[in-house]
Design a protein around this ligand. Structure first.
Ligand code: ADP
Ligand code: MG
Length: 176
């Protein structure tokens, strides 16, 4: 299947679940994420601030920040690039260009200090190949952070046997 076909397929699968069903599925995925040894050992974790159709990361963000970890979130800069900024509390967030809540403030620049990155995806396969929304934001960002441990996260119905990938696609180390 081509990337675009797979995106279409995943979007149609998603429509079969209510917001409440997605919420329940999110809770179980997030509880596994929060006890992951890589997360427990990490000082600096990059997450994403979820949209309604994604695995809900909102409580995980607050829980990790509350237990003293440095939590980073992406900020979309233009058509191709994103940076990360530190999350402190809900009040530090503003709506960004893609309707995603993003931290205000300075960019976090010592990217080599990021221990774990929780990577969203439209789909993942068991080898960690990732399908995004089609703009390549994470592929461009992740190439700057080769040493971070990357955990892909998506609903079970988004996991497939095979995700097509090309030269720029950066796989994750594991999928939750
Ligand atoms: P996504 O990862 O969001 O699913 P794609 O993998 O289809 O999206 O990538 C979208 C576009 O971005 C492709 O044309 C791809 O070649 C380009 N791209 C991705 N990463 C890079 C990169 N590091 N440098 C240049 N172009 C890139
Ligand atoms: Mg890609």
């Amino acid at each position: 299947m081509e990337k675009n076909e797979l995106r279409k397929e995943i979007r149609s699968r998603k429509r079969q679940f209510s917001a409440e069903e997605l919420r329940v599925q999110s809770l179980s995925l997030i509880s596994r994420l929060l006890v992951h040894p890589r997360i427990e050992q990490a000082n600096t974790v990059m997450l994403y601030h979820s949209l309604p159709d994604e695995v809900d990361t909102h409580t995980a963000i607050d829980r990790l920040a509350a237990c003293g970890k440095r939590v980073l979130l992406p900020v979309v800069l233009d058509e191709e690039r994103m940076e990360v900024r530190e999350y402190r509390d809900q009040a530090c967030l503003q709506t960004g260009s893609m309707n995603i809540l993003e931290p205000m403030g300075r960019p976090f620049q010592t990217l080599e200090e990021i221990d774990v990155i929780v990577v969203p995806g439209m789909s993942f396969d068991a080898d960690g190949h990732r399908l995004g929304r089609g703009k390549g934001y994470y592929d461009r960002f992740l190439q700057q952070v080769p040493k971070a441990y990357k955990i892909g996260i998506c609903f079970d119905f988004q996991k497939v046997d095979y995700v097509p990938s090309d030269q720029y696609d950066i796989p994750v180390n594991e999928v939750i």
